[in-house]
Design a protein around this ligand. Structure first.
Ligand code: NDP
Length: 297
């Protein structure tokens, strides 16, 4: 029987509606709303698109949104000055510096400059460290945090399950493993992390009750690599040539969707799977950062 589809589009829409209601209630009780600032350096069209989508989603949820656009040749010190200004701005509770930054800017220096309490991307070393030591009161990176929500909201609680994560990047694979290892809801899994140096990857993936793939290469996971009934989460986002389409390309994941859906119990599509969850969790982190700031006041 084909797998059940996990629609990130639907789950993200539900979460965004919950956030809208939460923000409206906070406006009533606290008299203020959360604020999200996005900082974009340069005019990369993809980054402009992402920042625009984030702003639109924030406004739809009732979150105050400030978009700062800087020229591509902005000196690093000037960018750091902007970040420090946002750190000190009481109307802003979440700061997102859109990556990648131009080559002349040290990305790490900028990420470290963001106040960890406003680091809604979850990339600051303080938050990375807290997450990897199992802290629950932490702003977690949006994509893996979104994957946890997808599992919980489809009744696929990872507790006690063997989860295999393919990919060990700082933005997906590693924080994914840390989240799943935490004690408590959304965690308590037995986690294996595989990567390009893992010998006999199919043997490892076939052991997964839940298989999470974040590699960046189409067809990395084929049907023979999946245990029957497993939950398959495809984080990959790849453009492949499709001369027959208007755009000339299609977006596909890392999993051979058509074949794997005949074996898996649950599966995420691409597009419409993990992708929409990332922005929803960015908004969720912004509201969490805001409520934490109220607790500190
Ligand atoms: P990276 O390139 O940073 O990491 C890829 C990981 O995959 C590495 O750990 C690498 O191993 C591993 N890998 C590469 N080839 C193989 C292989 N043949 N077998 C096993 N492991 C392999 O990518 P990201 O983590 O940043 O992104 C992964 C994918 O997820 C991309 O397609 C990206 O576009 C997508 N993505 C989607 C998001 C969303 O919102 N939906 C958000 C973020 C990412 P090694 O470390 O040994 O090199």
């Amino acid at each position: 029987m084909p797998a059940q589809l996990i629609s990130g589009r639907d789950i993200a829409a539900t979460i965004r509606e919950e956030i809208r209601e939460r923000v409206a209630a906070l406006k009533e009780s606290a008299g203020r709303v959360p604020g999200l600032a996005t900082v974009l350096v340069g005019d990369d069209p993809a980054s402009q698109l992402y920042v625009g989508m984030k702003k639109k989603a924030a406004l739809a949820a009732g979150i105050h949104s400030q978009q700062i656009q800087l020229p591509g040749d902005t000196p690093q010190d000037e960018l750091l000055g902007v970040v420090h200004g946002l750190n000190a701005n009481p109307e802003i509770h979440g700061i997102l510096v859109q990556l990648p930054l131009p080559d002349h800017i040290d990305e790490q220096a900028v990420l470290v400059a963001v106040d960890p309490a406003k680091d809604v991307d979850g990339f600051h070393p303080v938050n990375v460290g807290k997450l990897s030591t199992g802290a629950l009161d932490v702003l977690a990176p949006c994509t893996p945090w979104g994957v946890v929500q997808m599992l919980l909201r489809t009744g696929n609680d990872p507790s006690g399950k063997h989860v295999v994560v393919v990919g060990r990047s700082n933005i997906v694979g590693r924080p994914m493993a840390s989240l799943l290892l935490r004690r408590g809801r959304g965690g308590d899994a037995t986690v294996t992390v595989a990567h390009s140096r893992t010998p006999d990857l199919p043997r490892v993936t076939r052991e997964a009750d839940i298989l999470i793939v974040a590699v960046g290469r189409p067809d990395t996971v084929t049907a023979d690599m999946v245990k029957p009934g497993a939950v398959v989460i495809d984080v990959g986002t790849n453009r492949v040539d499709a001369p027959d389409t208007e755009r000339g390309y299609r977006v596909v994941g890392d999993v051979d969707f058509e074949a794997v859906k005949e074996v898996a119990g649950w599966i995420t599509p691409v597009p419409g799977g993990v992708g929409p969850m990332t922005i929803a969790m960015l908004l969720s982190n912004t509201v969490d950062a805001f409520t934490a700031s109220l607790d500190r006041d």
